[in-house]
Design a protein around this ligand. Structure first.
Ligand code: GLN
Ligand code: ZN
Length: 781
């Protein structure tokens, strides 16, 4: 009887992002279906073997996916929306990828469009639409939302979960199959019929789950991991009752299987007694996000319930404090017995990079603080050995871990007394503009003398192949600094001249020098480091490589002033200073776990504030601070929203509030759901906000209207997520809709988001049309 180790899920993109390469070769017609499947099988085999070698006892099965595990679940239960021409039977790759990515015309694929960070935005413009894509809980992973209809029929349509189990078994690896649970599946589903509750389909869905469990039992499976992360959300009594009903039925259907129910990303909270009393055999706890769940569950759980303790952070890159974990887990093992305890990461390792060992260029001091997926499994193996054989058996490893923890506590690379003192000394005054908006705007208008309905863009212009090639050549040392700078200056000058020619009122420099809106700033701030290979799947073949924010943040030197000044020197029109906001920088990085996120955010805010003030001193009359990720930072539970919004809004205000009244602060948010956060947006007290509205037909402005939002707004009139250039009439119609909800004096005219993913051929006519629409609208005022 020993304590065992489970993994919940492993990065599926593979070493060197091999799945990405294979998928993209397949989509480009360079790799046939059999070739793709062969490579996928190889990656699965590699992952299974690797985990087994690392000492994982419960190696996950079925966690691999060619695109997304929620889509796989929809396919498993036959939830293929009508419109894809499916008439039953197995789902082939073309159909699978059509649901994932849509199709365009003659078989050409139309990938989901993104705004730089893998933030997905809807479906391609023509051909079959893809399923809607949404963020998986509070991660940066995106799943495809199942689309269900009233009366939806379900049928077992894919046996991937069983096939995977047998595939691994043939390789000598006995896996614990992972299935997305029926309640979470239904809760993630969408319906075109807004009044329809997909959860009402539970009774229809359960028989398919029962069948798949029975087949797994026949195939010889022992444990099955069923993920119900909806248990980390606020649930209604009805939903909790449905969970009880579901697991009553499923355990009855496959009595020989042992079900491990897994929720993660947060506390069970008020769902704990539901979860702990289900007739399942094991329960996974995310003890990184919710350490308090351990005592709570110990007080409730029957003796026979196996507890899977998620003690290693699956959402972050830090090495664990192994001795501290042991201090907590040893009494549990002593009380319940080793065979009732499984050790695991807090959640699937899908959300961490694969292997630290390939990061050979990292600073060794920083590297010793880190653990990626492979290292996290090593940590779990050490912990299990310590529990099974005593700490002395792994003394050296424990000491090394403790030394790393101690070094993080004291390293001057992390701890900067000046930064901490400055953050501690922030006053309410530092986070407040000197005068209210109504007075500021008068001074700003006098200074800027813009026409009504002023036109502008969100910041970036197309990152063309030439721009990307120059950046790559420069990064590889093949293009000297001076040549690269000359190239970027030429691109910027061309963009500025063109904006002036077409008659835009407020110009941007185009962001050609930026690889990414967060990385660019992280590379110029103290406290950040960057990896070469630490990719994390965002969706499908898309991966992001988040910066690692390890220490106190400060700004050694101006980050954007030179580019701004150069661009402004080319024109008499106002040139916007362009910055990424503190919440967005925080949200799109791996963040330190030794101080609260809000504190880190405040440090970033102070660094951004320094930049804002330097831009102002250099002459910038308008400075935009993008907060693209403010909304996605909302915690999973409503009860935690206020605390988050308080520090997030304060961080923005710290960044923005140092300027004089006549300096105009813009912000930008690229999404279209504001009802929940409109008061927070108001509290940010920006002078102008630009938002995404083109596809919602300005409906989201209702939130601003109802709130009586006082400041200025640029509701996007050009949907930049589709490769088409809207005519000016279309944009004029959108402006008219906006004018019905807000006073024309409040309105700006701009696209939905930055234009970096577009082509100049699309941008040129679109923006010219946008300027024409604004002119026409002015005449109607
Ligand atoms: N200024 C950025 C750009 O235009 C904003 C992008 C974003 O919000 N995603 O690219
Ligand atoms: Zn945007």
């Amino acid at each position: 009887m020993t304590v065992t180790v489970a993994a919940l899920g492993f990065p599926r993109i593979g070493p060197q992002r091999r799945l990405k390469t294979a998928l993209e070769a397949h989509w480009a017609g360079r790799l046939d279906a059999a070739g793709l499947q062969a490579q996928a099988a190889e990656l699965r085999a590699l992952a299974w073997r690797r985990q087994a070698d690392l000492g994982v006892d419960h190696v996950p099965g079925n966690d691999f996916s060619l695109y997304d595990h929620v889509l796989d679940t929809a396919v498993m239960v036959g939830a293929i929306p009508s419109g894809y021409g499916w008439t039953g039977g197995p789902v082939d790759l073309p159909l699978y990828f059509a649901m994932a990515r849509g199709t365009q015309g003659h078989g050409a694929q139309g990938e989901h469009e993104t705004c730089g960070h893998g933030c997905a935005h809807g479906a391609p413009a023509t051909g079959l639409p893809a399923l809607e894509m949404t963020k998986w809980f509070d991660t940066n992973y995106h799943y495809l939302a199942p689309e269900l209809v009233p009366g939806q029929a379900f049928a077992l349509t894919s046996t991937k979960v069983v096939d995977d189990f047998l595939e691994a078994k043939a390789q000598g690896i006995f896996t614990r199959p992972v299935i997305l649970g029926p309640v979470t599946f239904l809760k993630l589903a969408k319906s075109k019929d807004k009044d329809f509750q997909p959860l009402s389909l539970l009774s229809a869905l359960l028989p398919v789950y029962a069948e798949i469990l029975q087949r797994l039992a026949v195939a010889g499976a022992d444990w099955v991991q069923i993920d119900e992360p909806c248990l980390a959300l606020d649930l209604t009594d009805f939903e909790r009752a449905e969970i009880r009903r579901a697991y009553g039925a499923l355990t009855h259907a496959a009595p020989r299987l042992r079900i491990l129910l897994a929720s993660y990303f947060g506390t069970y909270g008020d769902n704990l007694s539901t979860a702990a009393n289900l007739p399942v055999d094991g329960l996974h706890l995310d003890l990184v996000r919710a350490p308090q769940d351990l005592d709570a569950v110990l007080a409730l759980a029957r003796d026979s319930l196996v507890l899977e303790l998620g003690v290693v952070d699956g959402r972050n890159v830090w090495r664990a404090d192994l001795e501290a974990v042991l201090d907590r887990v040893e009494p549990v093992v002593a009380a319940r017995g080793p065979d009732r305890v499984i050790l695991a990461p807090s959640c699937s390792l899908l959300h961490t990079p694969l292997d630290l060992a390939v990061e050979t260029a990292l600073d060794p001091e920083v590297a010793q603080w880190l653990a990626f997926a492979v290292q996290k499994l090593e940590e779990l193996a050490i912990l299990a050995k310590a529990l099974n054989q005593g700490r002395a058996a792994v003394r050296e490893q424990l000491d090394a871990a403790s030394a790393a923890v101690a070094s993080r506590k004291t390293s001057p690379r992390i701890h900067d007394a000046a930064v901490q003192a400055r953050a501690a000394a922030v006053t309410a005054g530092d986070a407040t503009r000197a005068t209210p908006f109504a007075q500021r705007i008068v001074l700003q208008q006098q200074r800027l003398s813009l026409p009504p309905l002023p036109t502008t863009t969100i910041g970036s212009f197309p990152q063309t192949a030439a721009v990307r090639a120059a950046r790559a050549a420069h990064a590889k040392g093949q293009m000297p600094d001076v040549d690269y700078a000359d190239f970027l200056r030429a691109e910027t000058a061309r963009a500025v001249a063109w904006q002036q020619d077409i008659g835009l009122d407020v110009l941007v420099h185009g962001e050609f020098e930026r690889n990414d809106m967060v990385q660019y700033f992280g590379e110029r701030l103290n406290g950040f480091t960057f990896t070469k290979h630490a990719w994390v799947q965002s969706y499908g073949s898309r991966c992001v490589r988040p910066p690692i924010l390890y220490g106190d943040v400060s700004r050694p030197a101006p980050m954007t002033v030179e580019w701004w000044a150069y661009a402004q020197s080319l024109t008499d029109k106002p040139m916007k200073g362009m910055l990424t906001g503190p919440v967005t920088i925080l949200q799109w990085s791996f963040v330190r776990d030794d101080i609260p996120r809000g504190q880190t955010c405040r440090q970033i805010a102070l660094a951004v504030r320094d930049e804002v003030l330097d831009l102002e001193a250099a002459g910038a009359k308008i400075i935009q601070i993008d907060e693209a990720a403010l909304r996605e930072g909302l915690p999973l539970r409503r009860g935690d929203w206020d605390a988050y919004l308080a520090w997030a809004v304060e961080a923005f205000r710290i960044a923005a509030s140092g300027v004089r009244d006549e300096t105009q602060i813009h912000t930008h948010m690229c999404y279209s759901e504001f009802n929940d956060i409109i008061a927070a947006i108001g509290a940010m007290d920006a002078d102008v906000i630009s938002i995404e509205t083109a596809r919602s037909k300005m409906e989201l402005l209702d939130a601003f209207e109802a709130y009586a939002y006082p400041a200025q707004i640029g509701p996007g009139v050009y949907d930049i997520h589709a490769p088409r250039s809207p005519a000016s009439g279309e944009m004029l119609d959108l402006l008219a809709l906006a004018g019905q909800r807000l006073s024309p004096a409040q309105l700006w005219v701009n696209p939905d988001c930055g234009l970096k993913t577009r082509k100049w051929e699309e941008v040129e006519p679109a923006l010219a049309n946008m300027v024409a629409a604004a002119k026409a609208a002015r005449e109607q005022l």
